[in-house]
Design a protein around this ligand. Sequence first.
Ligand code: 5GP
Ligand code: ZN
Length: 151
Amino acid sequence: MHERIDPKDCIFCKIVRGEAPGHVVCEDERTLAFMDIFPVAEGHVLVIPKAHCTNLLDADPTDLEAVIVRARTIARAIRDALAPDGIGTFQLNGAAAGQTVFHYHLHLIPRQSGEKLEIHGRKPGRAERLAELAAQLSSAVAAEEAAGAVS
Ligand code: 5GP
Ligand code: ZN
């Protein structure tokens, strides 16, 4: 697994720095969540640490914790906003495992009963629809946070 890249050339670092566009759902000190541009399903979100790391193997433990806690809030927001039958979370390590962007990211994918399980989308989402979904999920995250995420 020798997929280390320079953060200055990393597409997800560019989104963090505002140098590349991203349909952002939410962010905090350590994490950023945005819509996947090749969604497997409507509401496909990626959660990343803002600090660059390649994957699970070199990720900072505090960043990992921040990502999974944020993913929990976003999963609840997806449930409330989109009411899928289930939500898949997955994360790939190394090209041989299917990883294509070498900045750690956790996928959150709304799933419907009976549909085929896929890991990568085949066509880009429409920018207007991704923006709508980002706004919808952003509001649902805010509501979840206001409710204290206790239920
Ligand atoms: P991986 O295969 O590494 O687990 O997943 C990388 C994901 O990043 C894919 O689902 C792909 O669609 C998504 N992706 C690749 N480039 C970009 C980009 O520039 N912006 C966004 N929002 N998603 C991207
Ligand atoms: Zn990066």
